[in-house]
Ligand binder design. Sequence first.
Ligand code: HGY
Ligand code: MN
Ligand code: MN
Length: 414
Amino acid sequence: MLKTTECHAQSIMDKADILARFSCDEGALTRGYLTKEHKAAHQQLAIWMEEAGLTTWEDSVGNQWGRKVASNPDAPTVIIGSHSDTVTNAGKYDGNLGILLGIESLKQLSHHEFPFNIDVVAFADEEGLRFDTTLIGSSAVAGQFNAQWFDIKDSEGITMAQAMQDFGLLPSKAGLDCRDPKETLAYLEVHIEQGPVLEAQDLAVGVVTGIAGAKRFKLDVSGVAGHAGTVPLPLRHDALCAVAEMISTIETYAKENDIVATVGKCDVKKGGAVNVIPGDVSFTIDIRSLEQTKLESACEHLLEQLESIAEYRNVDLGCEQIYQADAVKCAQSLQSLWGNAVEVVTQSSPYFLPSGAGHDALAMQHLTNVGMLFVRCEKGISHNPKEAVMTEDVQVALQCMMEMLLQIESNSPQ
Ligand code: HGY
Ligand code: MN
Ligand code: MN
């Protein structure tokens, strides 16, 4: 087994600190797709990829690639990846840890000749912070780029197509360089767990069994704006009170049906005013389940309940599905190889767990087998600047990634 030392893990932690500086928010980490922060972060990643001996390039949608070329360059490819974009006021390990760990593992294996190419990719958009859809980078790689995304506008009214041009990309080429399933052996992703399970089990790493499916909706509720002092309650069509009832209905439904549902954004149109009955309110819902059938029926029942609330409150309800990703099972073969790698590195049996969070593997499943490894994170906190991992856990995960590549090699046809 190839040994890594804590200094290799420490160099990943140091790089995560440097990467976190590329942010549009002073004193917080926020990095959206096709922004100058995206460009600067990927330029930095390209430098680290080249220092690791990788051949680098940017693809048609702004993902950053590094390749450890096989002795036979026409050999198939194992892809290691995760995302470099963030949510608002993010932690510095969500996504970025997996990219840096991939680069470091290839740096440590630079003298080892594999019978396959190994790519590390920084997907430029997984969170969907800037444009209301997500997994853009990995969808493009997996041949799932959706040309309808070009017209989505960001909060300043800039379309994705325009943002691509401003970034130096040609929208007409977007997704044309997607990968061929026949030339792709597997997709591997190391990611922080973003939950409390590994910490509760006192484990550094865990093998991911599957990823919850998700659907996201944008809803618009239109009532009648009015004077806060003169309109009696029974005569009101208060859009915000309707939304308040809808939100508590969503929460109750999720509790009673063992799914997760979140209203992450809620805006009174034009900001509202203290003495005006809100006439127009928009909000979002993110609904997830590890079981696809449960997710589908939850969406159907919930939207029916929201419709009836709108009806008896005499407001209009508009609903648009803005995202959906089917639940995915991680390939059994890769789960077992990750399990072997964990056993070799930790000398203890591997722990298997599902992912409630979405990941680029949701998109990459359309291209190839996917396998993920989770790293313990403090109190399971994520999407929060308090996100934290321990260097010794990163070292275990780094060792597991290197071992995993050797496992794939010894299990691939010679
Ligand atoms: O929303 C998610 O699950 C992921 O962090 N994008
Ligand atoms: Mn995230
Ligand atoms: Mn993530």
